[in-house]
Design a protein around this ligand. Structure first.
Ligand code: ARG
Ligand code: GLU
Length: 712
């Protein structure tokens, strides 16, 4: 008996080693795989409290916000929290010179003042189902990959239809472990989501791109929305008649405080990770792809920053473009350093060698060849990957070229003799792209970027993919650029407007003869015909091999519980509140406070210009119930495994109370999309007390706090 107990303890112990806070787990499987581990680490609830189809559960309070973020409901009147950078688009759309909500902040003092947002919706998850068997029905190992995928597609379509018939729900079925498993997610989408509050950017984006991906952090990265429904609490398009949505469940908020070591967990929508890539892929990313992409963005950012520093109008126009370009740029840089320090390639190589050995020893012929074949594929992919990245990063990111490419859909609709309706729809879209393009466009910036980026393409891609552009000499590009930027109609708003307002068969020629359009086309044709098809088919091939690899890995390590890569489906991550040591001699505490905001204050530096009102409140020490030890906590870090898409996700305590909003990761462990480092991978969370403090004391919107359930 004793032996058995020791064995059980040993097995559980072994399983635990694998966890080490890494992992993004499927809510449906928590009961099976995680709950014991979670509870051992301090979690006080059951798996059913998180996910259940039989009872209301915490999942009911968490939504997909817009297209790539997470949000959570915090009141019985549909009040919703997410990040400032997630609400940014909506806040910007409502902003004008007179009402500059981005700069000043926005606070609805009653429901009538809440602002509707076209094209913004939230999705509630109703259920998760393992549909592997149904999706793989009639699929056998001897099929070609194409036939396999075709059957899968048919099965998925049928299942989706069946599962949502006679409902207003939608179904999404996604592959897990590269298609070894499939899960179906049923959603209910609410389309009337209104803006309730946003702090000024000097709080919501405090630290800007300088502090982005970094800790210590002092960003008040939140915004507040409200979900509206029809009289029956059902989803409805925006209408004045709509009423605040009454949720099945909302999250209570704890202001009791956070200590190092506390159990903490995150529920949300991580977008994508690549944890099971083989060493060759990691080498390609770290040595070729990331450096190439960084090179191009370095150049773009350098030009944008130079102009932004010259003039505030330009800074505002390019704020969003700059943030977009610098976000991944900075992450890529951190990934290179982190992968290297973690010796990811060596570790992956060791695993691959072990796998090969195991396959040989056990005569698993189906697994012998996977690693060498994958390796071979990566060397084949390389030239396409380089061309692919330079097309996207250099050519496609030149603004006027992107804009020219937007005429393609309209042209195609006319050439394919699409219906009047389709054409009208496409023209409407084009018109709105046109307005957007000219609203924030500075020709000098774009032209300078053009002159830097086009030569990069020619210097790096294989000669097969270099179009022969008449008159282009990359060593003397400025004359060419001058001509292009002075002759093209895409730089003339009124000409573009008249063109779009009366677009027909004849005007296609005007577009097609334009020098910018021609320039774009010569690259696009090569990309579409020579690069993309091959790039896609080689990647498709790798997926098939990874599917076998993951199956084999799980067979080899049968006592290890694997988690699937993130794929923008709901996941739970859990760990502890914990500081870390990024470098020799440096220790990071697990939290920051408003003292640090004031320390960073510098009116000369845009990113650190603390609003006067906040400084006054600080001076008066008017911290209310949000204070701890004479200050207000601002951010904290923990070992929860998260990624892009987790922005806005609720960070919860052991009892399921909201203690913060996830919004970032710390630089030193940023390679966690490819390999998690328990020593250094940390998610960065906005402490809920700073959010409440800003709403209550800074904005004077205490009525919103009153609406929430605060646990003191
Ligand atoms: N790094 C955070 C996340 O991926 C915040 C991004 C927005 N902020 C910014 N400065 N660009 O996506
Ligand atoms: N800021 C990220 C987002 O927009 C979350 C941080 C991360 O990548 O972990 O989703």
């Amino acid at each position: 008996m004793k032996k058995i107990i020791t064995l059980v303890v040993l097995v559980i112990g072994l399983a635990n080693v694998n966890f080490a806070d890494e992992g993004m787990w499927i809510p449906l499987l928590l009961e099976k795989y995680n709950i014991e581990d979670m509870q051992a680490k301090g979690f006080k609830l059951s798996a059913e409290d998180i996910y259940s189809i039989n009872q209301d559960c915490l999942m009911d309070a968490v939504v997909i916000f817009g297209r790539g973020c997470t949000g959570e409901v915090v009141s019985d009147k549909g009040l919703l929290l997410t990040n400032h950078h997630c609400g940014y688009g909506a806040i910007q759309k409502h902003s004008s010179i007179e009402n500059d909500y981005l700069t000043e902040g926005f606070w609805a003092m009653n429901m009538r003042e809440e602002l509707p947002n076209e094209n913004l919706s939230v999705k509630f998850l109703k259920s998760i189902e393992d549909v592997t068997e149904k999706v793989l029905k009639d699929v056998s190992d001897d099929l070609t990959e194409d036939v396999r995928q075709e059957i899968i597609k048919t099965n998925i379509d049928t299942l989706k239809k069946l599962s949502t018939a006679d409902t207003h729900y939608s179904a999404v079925i996604k592959p897990f472990f590269y298609g070894n498993q499939y899960y179906m997610f049923i959603y209910e989408e609410y389309k009337d989501v209104r803006l309730v509050g946003a702090p000024p950017s000097a709080i919501g984006k405090f630290g800007g791109d300088t502090d982005n991906w970094m800790f210590p952090r002092h960003t008040g990265d939140f915004s507040i929305f409200r979900i509206y429904a029809d009289k029956d609490n059902k989803p409805a398009e925006y209408s004045e008649e709509n009423v605040p949505y009454k949720p099945k469940r909302f999250l209570p908020i704890s202001v009791k405080g956070i200590n190092e070591g506390d159990f903490t967990w995150v529920m949300g929508y991580p977008g994508s990770t690549q944890e099971y890539l083989i060493s060759d892929a990691i080498e390609q990313i770290a040595n070729i792809r990331n450096p190439n992409r960084i090179e191009v963005r370095d150049a773009r950012l350098e030009v944008m920053n130079k102009y932004a520093d010259m003039n505030d109008t330009i800074r505002i126009k390019y704020a969003s473009k700059n943030a977009g370009a610098s976000n991944s740029w900075k992450r890529w840089k951190g990934e290179i350093v982190g992968l290297e320090r973690l010796k990811t390639v060596e570790k992956k190589k060791a695993l691959e060698a072990k796998f090969q050995n195991w396959a040989k020893l056990n005569s698993k012929t189906e697994y012998y060849k996977i690693i060498p074949q994958l390796s071979e594929l990566y060397s084949e992919i390389e030239e396409y990957a380089i061309a692919y990245d330079y097309w996207r990063e250099s050519i496609r990111s030149i603004e006027v070229i992107r804009f020219a490419s937007m005429f393609d859909k309209v042209i195609k609709t006319i050439k394919d003799e699409g219906s009047e309706e389709d054409l009208e729809k496409e023209l409407k879209k084009l018109q709105s792209e046109l307005d957007k393009f000219f609203k924030d466009y500075v020709k000098d910036i774009d032209q300078e970027i053009f002159m830097k980026l086009v030569p990069m393409y020619y210097n790096k891609v294989n000669s097969t993919y270099k179009p022969n552009v008449q008159g282009l000499n990359i060593d003397e590009i400025s004359g060419f650029a001058d001509n292009l930027y002075s002759e093209s109609l895409f730089l003339n708003q009124s000409k573009c407007n008249s063109l779009v307002q009366d677009f027909n068969k004849e005007t296609i020629k005007v577009v097609e003869n334009d020098p910018v359009y021609k320039f774009y086309k010569s690259f696009a044709d090569i990309y579409k015909n020579e690069v993309k098809p091959k790039y896609d088919s080689l990647n498709y091939e790798t997926k098939r091999l990874y599917r076998a690899y993951l199956k084999g890995l799980q067979e080899m390590n049968s006592d290890k519980i694997y988690y699937p890569d993130a794929n923008f489906t709901m996941r739970v991550s859990y760990g502890n509140v914990e500081g870390f040591s990024p470098r020799d001699g440096v220790d990071y505490k697990y939290y920051t406070t408003i003292d640090g905001v004031i320390e960073k204050d510098n009116p000369q530096i845009y990113d650190y210009d603390v609003p006067q009102k906040l400084k006054d409140i600080y001076k008066a020490k008017d911290f209310g119930i949000y204070q701890q030890d004479g200050s207000v906590p601002v951010c904290f870090i923990a070992t929860n495994h998260t990624t892009g898409g987790n922005s806005g996700s609720p960070v919860l305590d052991a009892e399921g109370n909201l203690i913060g909003l996830n919004f970032d990761r710390a630089w030193d462990g940023i390679m966690s999309d490819m390999m998690f480092d328990p020593e250094r991978s940390r998610n960065v969370t906005l402490d809920i007390r700073y959010l409440l403090f800003i709403v209550d004391k800074f904005a004077g919107a205490g009525h919103l706090v009153d609406e929430m359930k605060i646990i003191k």
